[in-house]
Design a protein. Structure first.
Length: 130
């Protein structure tokens, strides 16, 4: 579990360098909340990173709508251990991520998306040991 948490931390550390990967509706809010708007691609990156190192431990993607109607993504296992690289977008503004309304949901594609691959490049340039 410590290794998974390490990957969450590494992904969080590169998010300020990924502003250009955000979709337009999230860019303004992201200026003051650097994990805002990155949940899908950061969770997708974490999923594929754990899978590539064969340490997935049955973590699956989940999503749920928050109190503002915005969809949030994270990983969880059967014991509901949550890995959320962008939880700070809620916690930093004293809000609660919508884990209580989450459900398992596949990513749009089984392979990493283009944005996921771009974020992986940023991660690997920041941490060449990966």
């Amino acid at each position: 579990m410590e290794l998974q948490k390490k990957y969450v931390h590494l992904i969080k550390s590169i998010l300020p360098n990924c502003h250009h990967l955000l979709k337009s509706p999230y860019k303004k809010e992201n200026l003051n909340n650097p994990t805002y708007g990155h949940c899908y691609v950061a969770t997708e990156l974490l999923f594929h990173l754990l899978k590539s190192y064969e340490i997935l431990e049955d973590f699956k993607p989940y999503c749920g709508k928050d109190d503002l109607g915005i969809t949030h993504w994270w990983l969880a296992n059967e014991d509901m251990v949550i890995l959320d690289p962008t939880a700070d977008q809620y916690l930093s503004v004293e809000r609660i991520p919508p884990y209580d309304v989450g459900r398992k949901q596949n990513f749009v594609t089984p392979n990493p998306s283009k944005r996921c691959e771009q974020m992986m490049e940023i991660l690997r340039s920041a941490y060449p040991e990966l």
